[in-house]
Design a protein around this ligand. Structure first.
Ligand code: PEP
Ligand code: MN
Length: 344
């Protein structure tokens, strides 16, 4: 259920609706918008019919939301959500490029790549300290030591950090050290982890599961938002199909589909989406052309020595070219590349 307040509704009127909904044993989520505030109502069973708020002062209308997802929908919030990641806006008119290695391998490796990502115009730095690997014998990440490296990189280069949490324990640490918590494809339906992320302080980058439908992705975002964290960024990273010319099939058609249904920003990850270095640039161009709010790109200065995902990592020079081309395509669409922090 969605309670749409009059444009002129007062803070007291909004508060009185919120209090009533909570008294009924439901959860109220005030969603301020450009033209009006809406209050999303979630929860399983009300003690009494919540529709009575229709007659409260300041209430314009009550909409019964028929889709399974509520807070993520454009019905709840017609205007685009802009999520601030350590001061860099994701969503809205700007386009962002997140660059960095698959995994944090050492301070030296992360410094070298971060310096070049920043110089090329990348606004956010990525790198996994916790790596969900298919084989238990593959490099699992440096753990908290990796988070410390990321925090040092942020200080030195003034670039906010996105990094993955794989369980409850790592989520608490990532929430403390990083600017954005990544939930990976393999955990998209780890509902306990999604609920923890919903109680965290930092924004969440939620990657689409490799066989997840659009509705499943949106319901996972709904899990996070239903716990009170409204700063969610979606990410298309390819799905499994019968095609074997790439690692996954990058589903770019999901971008306009998502834009119709939800106000949340969406990034595209052509690195995991294709698994092949030579496909990262063309698919990046296409992702921006189709309306993505930005890209997640794996970059390594020595990809042949990378401890994970070397074959899909592009070199720093290629990253520079990618940022320039993305900027040009964004301009054609009336968008601009988001400025990096120190350049403001
Ligand atoms: C990653 O971004 O490092 C990653 C592991 O991606 P995904 O969860 O999409 O496989
Ligand atoms: Mn990777």
């Amino acid at each position: 259920m969605l309670v749409v307040m009059e444009a002129a509704a007062t803070a007291e009127q909004i508060e009185s609706v919120v209090r009533h909904i909570e008294r009924l044993g439901l959860k109220a989520h005030p969603i301020p918008g450009a033209h009006r505030t809406a209050i999303g109502v979630t929860g399983q069973q009300a003690q009494k019919d919540p529709l009575v708020v229709e007659n409260f002062p300041g209430v314009k209308e009550v909409i019964l939301v028929t889709q399974p997802y509520k807070l993520v929908s454009r019905e709840a919030k017609p205007d685009d959500t802009v999520v601030s990641v350590g001061g860099v806006d994701v969503g809205g008119n700007g386009v962002v490029v997140v660059g960095g290695p698959c995994a944090v391998e050492s301070l030296d490796q992360s410094r070298t790549i971060a310096e070049q990502v920043k110089r090329a115009g990348g606004q956010l730095f990525r790198g996994g300290a916790y790596k969900p690997r298919t084989s238990p014998y593959s490099f699992q990440g440096l753990g908290e030591a990796g988070l410390e490296i990321l925090a040092r990189v942020r200080e030195e280069f003034d670039i906010p950090i996105v990094t993955e949490a794989i369980d409850h324990e790592s989520l608490q640490l990532v929430d403390r050290y990083a600017d954005c918590i990544q939930i990976g494809a393999r955990n998209m339906q780890n509902f306990a982890l999604l609920k923890s992320a919903g109680r965290a302080h930092k924004p969440v980058l939620l990657k689409r599961g490799m066989s997840a439908t659009l509705e499943e992705l949106l319901l996972s975002a709904e899990y996070i938002m239903s716990e009170g964290n409204y700063n969610v960024i979606l990410c298309e990273r390819g799905v499994r199909t019968f095609a074997d010319h790439t690692r996954n099939t990058l589903d770019l058609s999901v971008v306009p589909a998502i834009k119709r249904i939800t106000h949340l920003p969406i990034l595209v990850d052509p690195s995991h989406g294709t698994g092949k270095r030579n496909k990262v640039l063309p698919m990046s161009r296409a992702a921006i052309a189709v309306g993505a709010d930005g890209l997640l790109i794996e970059v390594h200065h020595k990809p042949e020595e990378a401890l994970s995902d070397g074959p899909q990592a592009i070199l720093p020079d290629a990253f520079g070219e990618l940022v320039r081309e993305v900027d040009a395509i964004a301009r054609v669409l009336g968008r601009t590349l988001q400025p990096a922090l120190a350049a403001r």
